[in-house]
Write a protein that binds this ligand. Structure first.
Ligand SMILES: [Zn+2]
Length: 299
């Protein structure tokens, strides 16, 4: 059921607490009606589609657990962050962003079309940092918060003291940064930037939807997961390891999960980002196909 959180702003809670592949959506009914990240609850979204003209779908980024039910609103314009727009206009580009090759790429091409109703759709408005979207009485200011994806954005309703955090979701799992253009350092910067804003109502995309006031503590806990992952990885690499051995250690996902290929690929995609970062800082080296811890960063 939609929950009114401000005048004309409704939270549509995602099924299964908004856990992947669902997320929490926002419906904003002003002179223009917009839906942010419509992957919450297909039945509620169908009701909205039946009773309302939705002028635009606004996506925080290109992931399927955010665009999923956009297809219920074929007349709506699509507004997305500029760097993420090409992946919504071309499925091959999305699969490139996911770094999927060979058989996996073809399996996912099918999943994205059949299960997530991916339709290459022209992006009518490409959002950039500081853009002010006027909906009539209400304004949304675009906060470009890259890291999760290159274009990932949060959406600020300045007059309502409300921020849609999208996938800076403050979950216990921690940040996700497995795509071609994902970046750990940008993630840290973006999370810190949001945590520096005070006195807001925050809407995260997954699990706990609403946070009130300040999110400094939650943000700190969220970012500490990155350090835990990196510390574990460095400890593991005291002995040289191949990428296969590192993936098998399940530093990111901890325990075996189903579907196996999906989570193993997720583990690989996240771990490669840590390896890149540690190679760059000189904390690890790569020798004859194996990764090895070299030194701690001096303080
Ligand atoms: Zn995402």
């Amino acid at each position: 059921m939609p929950e009114k959180i401000r005048e004309q702003i409704y939270l549509l809670p995602g099924l299964n607490r908004g856990k992947y592949p669902y997320c929490h959506s926002l419906l904003v009914e002003d002179e223009l009606t917009v839906l942010i990240d419509p992957a919450s609850d297909p039945e509620e979204l169908k009701k909205i589609a039946a009773r309302k003209k939705v002028d635009a779908i606004i996506l925080s980024h290109y992931h399927e657990d955010h665009f999923w039910f956009s297809y219920l609103f074929p007349q709506a314009e699509l507004w997305t962050p500029e760097p993420d727009a090409p992946a919504l206009e071309s499925l091959d580009r999305l699969l490139d962003e996911y770094r999927m090759q060979g058989e996996r790429r073809e399996i996912w091409r099918k999943i994205l079309i059949e299960q997530y109703h991916y339709q290459a759709r022209p992006v009518s408005r490409r959002l950039k940092e500081g853009d002010r979207i006027s909906l009539g009485k209400m304004n949304i200011v675009v906060l470009h918060t890259p890291g999760h994806t290159p274009g990932h954005c949060c959406f600020h309703f300045p007059d309502q003291g409300l921020i849609y955090l999208a996938d800076i979701d403050l979950s216990r799992f921690g940040p996700w940064y497995g795509d071609r253009g994902s970046d750990i350092d940008q993630t840290i910067k973006s999370v810190k930037r949001m945590a520096g804003l005070i006195d807001q109502t925050w809407i995260a995309s997954h699990e706990q939807a609403v946070f009130e006031g300040n999110i400094e503590k939650e943000a700190q806990q969220y970012l500490s997961v990155i350090k835990q992952r990196e510390d574990q990885l460095c400890a593991l690499l005291k002995e040289p390891k191949t990428i296969e051995e590192i993936v098998a250690a399940r530093i990111i996902y901890k325990k075996p999960r189903e579907p196996k290929d999906f989570y193993e690929f997720g583990e690989w995609s996240m771990i490669t980002k840590h390896l890149e970062r540690l190679l760059k800082s000189g904390q690890i080296v790569r020798e004859s196909g194996k990764y090895l811890f070299a030194r701690s960063l001096s303080a």
